[in-house]
Design a protein around this ligand. Structure first.
Ligand SMILES: Cc1cc2nc3c(=O)[nH]c(=O)nc-3n(C[C@H](O)[C@H](O)[C@H](O)COP(=O)(O)O)c2cc1C
Length: 134
């Protein structure tokens, strides 16, 4: 069953800048704001584009886990999305990432595409279900 149920997708798709967290193999955390993040397919796969990443991709080479935080303050909905990432530097997924970025920012040359397979989604909105896994 999809982890990204409709209300998670709505909040996710409305987000402009995503808080993307990784960790080194020793557990040192790193969080960055990332704009180029979108649902890639209906199999709970998320595409992130690496234009400027440094510690983020270094961490992913040591430890593939990512957490993304999204929230809609007005609608009072918030989610934590976790999954395992693959870094891709050639082929269709990479080409899709480059075309997507260059449609709006033709001067950028993405270094890699990061495909995140979602494994867990948690509710982050204060209330009776806070912290619960969906
Ligand atoms: C508003 C905003 C949006 C950003 N979007 C992206 C992005 O889509 N892709 C990217 O690689 N870096 C993006 N960055 C840069 C990253 O936040 C970060 O500076 C970069 O990954 C280097 O940090 P790191 O060494 O921790 O990975 C963005 C920065 C800001 C402020």
């Amino acid at each position: 069953m999809s982890k990204l149920i409709d209300n998670v997708k709505e909040v996710f798709n409305k987000t402009a800048i995503y808080a993307v967290a990784t960790a080194s193999k020793n557990g040192l955390p790193n969080v960055v704001p990332i704009h180029y993040v979108k649902l890639y397919d209906e199999e709970d796969t998320i595409l992130l584009v690496d234009n400027f990443m440094n510690k983020t991709t270094k961490n992913l080479n040591e430890n593939p886990w990512i957490a993304i935080s999204v929230w809609d303050y007005d609608r009072k909905q918030a989610f934590q999305i976790k999954g395992e990432a693959n870094i891709i530097t050639s082929g269709k997924v990479f080409d899709d990432a480059v075309s997507w970025v260059q449609k709006t920012m033709p001067q950028l040359q993405p270094k890699s595409a990061i495909l995140l397979k979602v494994t867990n989604v948690f509710n982050c909105q204060p209330g009776p279900d806070i912290g619960k896994e969906l």
